[in-house]
Design a protein around this ligand. Structure first.
Ligand SMILES: [Zn+2]
Ligand SMILES: [Zn+2]
Length: 420
């Protein structure tokens, strides 16, 4: 079991505890729709990862075998003082590469298109930490190549990489205030809140993963200020609960400009120049709206309590499906995972539609339950994974309850619209 899978239950437990404390204190750091959107964006990232994460491993393994300058044995990384020192050097090396990857992810348009997903939430809590991009596999591996060229063993780098990612979880909270001297050394909740801000003085600051040292060295450090309350989110709001669109929105902006701008140099420049840069002809013809920070209003469509309860029920069902997929993955059934992932993605998609109160969301939901789930379960017959008889009973009960609930919600929607 890898470290991140091992840590996942702790992430879930910590998020639930933070949510309970938030409700008890009335601090309003959580909104159900935003948290569901962040967590389901994380589920999309995890499930797509089953198909994409091998690419980086193959390339890293190839570089290590053919271009490593030092032939480091994993046995060097033991509990001796030298072994521990080597672990520390590897962890520092990873954190340094992470800083540059993260900095480029904000400052280069095509990389921002991938990373923006992590910043779209207008709330800030432990669920935000799980809001990860699904297209990170395209470019992320490049920035760590120097460590493989030096020759650090793959297992060591994967371990320090996992520790780095796990460390970043706890800093996504507003429950912990400033931490004095620790804020000067490490990435802490206060330092990372600044990083998630859309206020001008905080933009493009605090890129570090574990250490704030790199930001201090390379001029990108900013401390949280009492006179500048953080407004979380991105300058061009997502204003949507669709997890797929969350991953595509910025690519779409760039594609739009790239296709329509006149000069070839600009068509390419759109992708690789500094984030925010636009060709002059596009800026003049289609100026972009930016969020108004003075009267900032979070994206928060009202869908009514009945629908909220249904969305929560479906979200819990989607989590169960996600856990099942993780289990099947450990068992090595790739074809079964493909069928189950199609079920999961359709599930996340309709949760987004329902959460947003989109017209016809209930029609899509009914189609998902009957057509998509039916087809995926039929496809499972041809996979390595047999659906147990008891599971069929549960699937049947779940589908029946969902359909009854939809009929009730449909009547509710009808009553509201006819009395309006
Ligand atoms: Zn970032
Ligand atoms: Zn973050």
């Amino acid at each position: 079991m890898d470290l991140i899978t091992f840590a996942a239950p702790f992430f879930v437990a910590a998020t639930i505890i933070e949510l309970i404390v938030d409700r008890l204190r009335g601090s309003k750091f959580y909104r159900a729709n935003d948290a569901i959107n962040s967590l389901s964006t994380g589920m999309l990232y995890m499930s797509l990862g089953y198909f994409t994460k091998f690419a980086a491993l193959v390339i890293w393994g190839y570089v290590l075998q053919n271009f490593a300058l030092i032939d480091m044995s994993t046995s060097w990384f033991d509990a001796s003082p030298r072994g521990v020192a080597l672990w520390v050097v590897a962890a520092l090396g990873w954190d340094f590469c992470y800083y540059w990857f993260h900095r480029a992810s904000h400052e280069v348009s095509i990389l921002w298109a991938s990373h923006a997903v992590h910043h779209q939430s207008e709330d800030y809590n432990l669920s935000t930490a799980q809001r990860q991009t699904s297209s990170g596999f395209l470019f992320g591996w490049i920035f760590y190549l120097p460590l493989f060229v030096i020759g650090f063993p793959l297992e060591v780098l994967l371990t320090v990489g996992a520790v780095n990612l796990i460390y970043q979880f706890w800093v996504h909270t507003q429950m912990i205030d400033r931490l004095g001297v620790m804020d000067r050394i490490m990435i802490t909740p206060s330092n990372h809140r600044v990083h998630h801000a859309q206020n001008a003085p905080y933009i493009d600051k605090n890129y570090g993963g574990m250490l704030i040292l790199w930001d201090r060295l390379f001029g990108t450090y900013a401390a949280e200020r009492d006179d500048e309350a953080v407004v979380f989110g991105v300058r061009k709001p997502l204003a949507n609960w669709n997890q797929f669109w969350a991953n595509l929105q910025v690519y779409d902006y760039l594609l739009y400009d790239s296709i329509r701008t006149k000069r070839w140099r600009d068509k390419i420049g759109v992708w690789f120049r500094r984030t925010g840069w636009r060709p002059a002809d596009m800026e003049a013809a289609h100026p972009k709206q930016q969020s108004n920070l003075v009267e900032f209003k979070k994206f928060d469509p009202d869908i009514g309590q009945g629908m909220q309860r249904y969305v929560l029920f479906q979200f819990l069902a989607a989590i169960s499906l996600g856990l099942l997929i993780a289990n099947v993955y450990i068992g090595g059934g790739l074809r079964a995972i493909a069928a189950l992932c199609i079920m999961l993605w359709a599930h996340l998609y309709t949760i987004g539609l329902l959460n947003q109160g989109r017209p016809n969301a209930l029609v899509f939901e009914s189609l998902r339950l009957v057509v998509v789930n039916g087809a995926a379960l039929f496809a499972m017959r041809y996979s390595e994974f047999a659906v147990a008889p008891a599971a069929w009973v549960w699937i049947g009960i779940y589908t029946f309850v969902s359909m009854l609930w939809i009929i009730k919600l449909k009547n509710l929607v009808k009553t509201i619209t006819s009395t309006a």
